[in-house]
Ligand binder design. Structure first.
Ligand code: ZN
Length: 203
């Protein structure tokens, strides 16, 4: 089934985290799946990211020249990114060197693959007017997250396990997306309370 790359699927607030979140429900071994299993989805993700993450690539188009070939590299970069920042999110933004080293290697490969400049604010500018490769754009985005200011704001959604950058003023956002995960969790809590109420009545 084709994925509809809606705004919700770009709840990471940074391209590298949106890419990490293309594995659904990492925290649930029975229900997890990878939206990038089909290389065509990587291309469609890139197209949607061109709109949702235009700010990170200076409005350039994000493209994947050869999806079947790029898949292995993008997935490797994605997994290194998720491993590093998931651990950091659980430890107040601290980075583990054994996770940082493979991450940096993947990022180096990603930025080496195309010719561009990473601007002072972290956005990527291609050398010409052509598109930016998804791998390079993801690597630049991931590198920008290393700054202490940003990495200390990476959180794990308490409903679905996605990673997101908490840009709220007091840094207390609990969900990747309030309208989806926030409401689901509230509905579950409400359902549980009702069930518990019933049990009490039955007894
Ligand atoms: Zn969530």
């Amino acid at each position: 089934m084709e994925t509809i790359w809606t705004q919700h699927r770009f709840s990471g607030e940074a391209l590298a985290l949106d890419v990490a979140n293309t594995v659904v429900l990492r925290v649930d071994a029975n229900r997890t799946f990878d939206r990038f299993d089909d290389p065509a989805e990587i291309e469609r993700f890139a197209e949607a990211a061109s709109g949702f993450r235009a700010g990170e690539v200076g409005g350039s188009k994000i493209a994947v020249t050869d999806p079947p070939l790029a898949k292995g590299r993008i997935v490797a970069l994605r997994e290194a990114t998720d491993a590093l920042f998931r651990d950091a999110a659980a430890h107040g933004g601290a980075l583990r060197s054994d996770l940082l080293a493979p991450f940096l290697r993947r990022c180096a490969e990603g930025v080496a693959a195309s010719n561009q400049t990473i601007e002072a604010k972290g956005s990527l500018r291609p050398a010409g007017s052509g598109p930016v490769e998804l791998e390079a754009a993801t690597a630049a985005s991931a590198l920008s997250l290393l700054s202490p200011e940003l990495r200390s704001r990476i959180r794990i959604c308490c409903n679905c396990g996605w990673l997101y950058l908490d840009r709220s003023r007091n840094g207390s956002r609990k969900w990747c997306d309030m309208t989806v995960c926030g409401n689901r969790q509230k509905a579950r809590r409400h359902y549980r309370r009702q069930r518990e109420g019933e049990k009490v009545t039955d007894a």
